[in-house]
Design a protein around this ligand. Structure first.
Ligand SMILES: Cc1cc2nc3c(=O)[nH]c(=O)nc-3n(C[C@H](O)[C@H](O)[C@H](O)COP(=O)(O)OP(=O)(O)OC[C@H]3O[C@@H](n4cnc5c(N)ncnc54)[C@H](O)[C@@H]3O)c2cc1C
Length: 415
């Protein structure tokens, strides 16, 4: 069979790793210029490899496969150096948070760090390149495809027996084009997660960082919205992500270089119902409002005290931001977020302070917007020859789940 994979990220890696020893001819079309391009693959920041039944995606992935894939990535590091952690496997912490209304999420993970991830990606690529049946095509932005009986044709005029779309979130334009042509591939699209990146001095959360590295909790706030922590970065850095039309905030940490602060996301899950059908549009509009206030490629930074009292922040006090000074303005997040989101975040922080003193200090920092777009959930049963894997399918949200999705799809095609 001639198989095309669109995109070379985590999902493609899982797919290729599983299928590479078969007799199939595999062509990978990647829009980035080459493997060293900074735009290639979602596996270039942070690199926490989670093993969990409760997070990472909505598909079913056996723990044994998750562990096998974590080991796969670790085996591609130069000297197997990484950090390890586990969230709420300690019963005492679990009980403390549970008592205050939080739902602690149990997971284990290995942290490779942003600096090491790049090299892991290069090593994987070098390995795949040695296979005669694997062909990489960089600088190939696939913008459309056509399903014809028994085949799929890409807009570069090449025709394949099977096409696997693995374009991640950055490939939303191609997915949008496919959905426009085949609306029945969409099975669900109602969710968007919006909130802030919270930053505070390491010493306030030292105990949690040492015990778990990443603490993950969910909490049903008084507004009815579920609020959760996401992507905790001890001694980490806050960064922006530029989507072209707007910027959002994110965080990461490195294996070697460390800061004095910890950052994590506090996200409110907004799930809307009929006739609403455009969560990406909703999130993007709010993000554009932030751009209007903060300026191009910038986000808003506010102290927690000012956020609570809806006052513009003009001065900071004890906490020094790790985000580059040119990437934020001091402002008022309340001017852009709907009240229900702001209230959910405040309720979450106040309740968290009952378990972790110092969390609600007035000079702790909030950066916004942090937005996690959920891709539309796409069906893999509509077409025999056109499949969707990884984050673009709406079924995964992490490196290990995306890789596993690719692996399981290859298994399905091989059988
Ligand atoms: C800043 C940041 C930090 C993260 N940290 C973590 C973490 O620590 N742990 C974790 O588990 N997850 C993390 N994630 C999420 C994780 O990166 C993704 O869940 C995962 O990479 C998804 O894999 P994927 O293969 O679906 O997509 P990706 O890995 O994003 O790969 C998609 C590839 O497709 C290419 N592409 C897109 N459109 C086209 C097109 N039209 N034609 C050709 N090629 C195209 C892209 O260039 C890209 O290389 C993070 C994400 C971000 C943004």
């Amino acid at each position: 069979m001639r198989i095309a994979i669109i995109g070379f990220g985590a999902a493609a890696i899982g797919f290729i790793e599983k299928i590479k020893d078969s007799s199939n001819e595999i062509h990978i079309f990647e829009k980035s210029k080459d493997i060293y391009s900074s735009s290639i693959s979602g596996i270039r920041a942070d690199g926490k490899l989670f093993v969990s039944k409760e997070m990472g995606g909505d598909i079913k992935v056996e723990i044994a496969l998750q562990e096998k894939l974590v080991e796969y990535y670790i085996s591609k590091t130069n000297d197997r150096k990484f950090e390890k952690g586990s969230s709420f496997t300690n019963r005492e912490f679990y009980k403390q948070f549970y008592a205050k209304g939080f739902q602690p999420i149990i997971s284990e993970f290995s942290h490779l760090g942003t600096d090491q991830l790049k090299q892991v990606l290069y090593t994987i690529y070098e390995d795949f390149k040695t296979y005669k049946n694997i062909h990489f095509h960089f600088n190939e932005n696939i913008t459309d495809l056509e399903v014809i009986p028994g085949k799929v044709k890409l807009n570069n005029d090449d025709t394949f027996d099977k096409v696997v779309v693995a374009v991640g979130r950055s490939g939303h334009k191609l997915v949008k084009t496919i959905i426009k042509k085949f609306p029945n591939v969409v099975t669900d699209n109602t969710m968007v997660d919006m909130g802030v990146r919270f930053e505070l001095p390491n010493h306030i959360v030292d105990e949690l960082n040492k015990e778990m590295y990443e603490f993950k909790v969910k909490y049903k706030s008084k507004t009815g919205y579920m609020v959760r922590t996401f992507c905790n970065n001890p001694s980490g850095y806050v960064v922006t992500e530029n989507y072209g039309d707007f910027a959002t905030v994110n965080g990461h940490s490195k294996l070697k270089e460390k800061s004095e602060n910890t950052n994590f996301a506090i996200l409110t899950s907004v799930k809307l119902t009929h006739p609403f059908d455009d969560p990406i549009g909703y999130g993007s509009h709010i993000a554009k409002l932030f751009k209007l206030l903060a300026g191009d490629k910038k986000v808003i930074l506010q102290t927690y005290q000012n956020f609570k009292s809806s006052k513009r922040t003009k001065h900071l006090y004890r906490v020094n931001p790790t985000l580059d000074r040119d990437s934020y303005i001091l402002g008022d997040i309340n001017l852009a977020f709907p009240r229900r989101i702001a209230e959910s975040i405040i309720d979450f922080i106040e309740n968290l302070a009952t378990v972790v003193p110092g969390i609600a200090n007035g000079d702790n920092l909030l950066y916004a917007p942090e937005i996690k777009f959920y891709s539309n959930k796409l069906s893999n049963n509509t077409f025999d020859d056109l499949k969707f894997i990884g984050d673009c399918s709406g079924g995964t949200r992490s490196i290990i789940y995306a890789t596993a999705h690719g692996w399981l799809m290859a298994e399905r095609l091989l059988s």
